[in-house]
Design a protein around this ligand. Structure first.
Ligand SMILES: *Cc1c(COP(=O)(O)O)cnc(C)c1O
Length: 379
């Protein structure tokens, strides 16, 4: 499908191509010097003490859960209104995700009160997801985590470059995970980063990334090691040099691109408020500290979202839904056969519509999207 305005678009050019070519010419393609540079730059950018590049955010979340020592019998509180990777990561360790509701249709992040109500003696961790790049209610979650000795993991897949009181989202909890999938604010195709301020957790995460091995192929290539020991059951969750090299370039572009996303989000909000006051605008007025990854709107109750999406599609405008809630998926209904109602999540999942947002959009594009939406809602 050739969209007039796609949901998301990449900012890729000559610099990324040159970076890839340089790696190919170097003849070292697996984790090495470029990865070290990428991790160093990302740590500096985010203020994290340790940044560990991985092959995607999902494995990063798995590593985070494993490093937190989660296993069968443990419970982890997660939002259902997220990409399914958030709860899948918990399941990989054998632990049980417990779904909690989000705050409101204006604030689509985990409710601290709902999370607190889910705490049992088995609860070991909470995974926070900064929906659209807007911070969760951190003060309340810090208090909960401290009081109940819980590990706080941040799914910061949307939130690269966003902050809470000047601190980068993803660096606030014990471990944070970012995604560089191709529709995220910066991309390496597939790719991710895990960050922590804790030296012991960082060491554990590095081991888990590469089979629990005490030395890397890269170390041996450089003559720094002859052999290795395997000290725990790890995985191959490594990134490669091609992606790391793209990541370095993309990270450099991120502040400028996030700035454009913020301006476009303000433009959208202004126009939507003017012409469609019946449409809800989650996180209104919070652009400043957000990475503005998504532009979610809440359609009026009773609107046929499918019809709206079809009308937008007929005009060449791609829209999406974030998210079909995880607790209603067949797999998770099997894990939790008793239906636990999450009324806000279910209402959001029925009425949310995601509009196109990417740095290369023009204000004319924003106008066209808003006008087309207005027409679709009138019809
Ligand atoms: C994209 C995304 C992920 C998964 O990231 P991958 O890099 O594709 O594994 C996890 N959580 C959320 C909220 C996401 O949006």
């Amino acid at each position: 499908m050739n969209w007039r305005i796609p949901l998301a678009d990449l900012d890729l050019g000559a610099e990324e191509m040159a970076a890839v070519q340089e790696v190919l010419q170097s003849r070292w393609l697996t984790m090495g010097e470029k990865t070290q540079i990428f991790e160093h730059d990302f740590a500096q950018f985010s203020g994290a003490k340790h940044a560990i590049a991985v092959s995607n955010c999902t494995v990063g979340l798995h590593m985070a859960c494993a490093a937190a020592g989660l296993g069968p019998g443990d419970e982890v509180i997660v939002p259902s209104l997220s990409f399914v990777a958030t709860s899948n990561a918990v399941r990989y360790t054998g632990a049980t995700p417990v779904f909690a509701d989000v705050l409101s249709l204006d604030e689509l992040t985990l409710s601290p009160q709902a999370a607190a109500a889910c705490i049992t003696p088995r609860t070991r961790a909470i995974i926070l997801m900064h929906y659209g790049g807007y911070a969760c209610r951190m003060e309340e979650f810090f208090r909960l985590a401290e009081e109940h000795h819980l590990t706080l993991i941040e799914d910061a897949a949307h939130a690269v470059g966003a902050d809470w009181q000047g601190r980068a989202l993803g660096t606030l909890g014990h471990i944070g995970c970012y995604s560089f999938f191709s529709n995220k604010n910066m991309t390496t195709g597939e790719g991710g980063m895990v960050v922590t301020q804790d030296d012991a957790l960082a060491e554990r995460l590095r081991l888990l990334r590469s089979h629990g091995m005490t030395s890397l192929t890269w170390d041996r290539h450089r003559g720094h090691a002859w052999s290795y020991d395997v000290v725990e059951l790890g995985f191959n969750y490594r990134i490669d040099e091609l992606r790391a090299a793209i990541g370095v370039v993309q990270l450099g572009k991120l502040p400028g691109n996030n700035h454009k996303r913020r301006e476009l989000t303000r433009e959208y909000h202004q126009r939507l408020q003017q012409s469609l006051p019946q449409v809800g605008l989650p996180f209104l007025g919070r652009e400043e500290h957000s990475s503005c990854h998504l532009l979610p709107v809440i359609l009026p109750e009773g609107t046929s979202r499918v019809r709206v999406m079809e009308a937008m599609k007929a005009a060449g405008i791609q829209t999406s839904i974030h998210y079909p809630p995880s607790h209603l998926f067949t797999y998770y209904r099997r894990i939790h056969p008793e239906h636990v109602p999450l009324p806000v999540t279910e209402a959001a999942a029925e009425r949310e519509l995601t509009l196109p947002l990417y740095p290369g959009m023009s204000t004319e594009d924003v106008s066209l999207v808003v006008d087309t939406l207005a027409e679709a809602l009138r019809a």
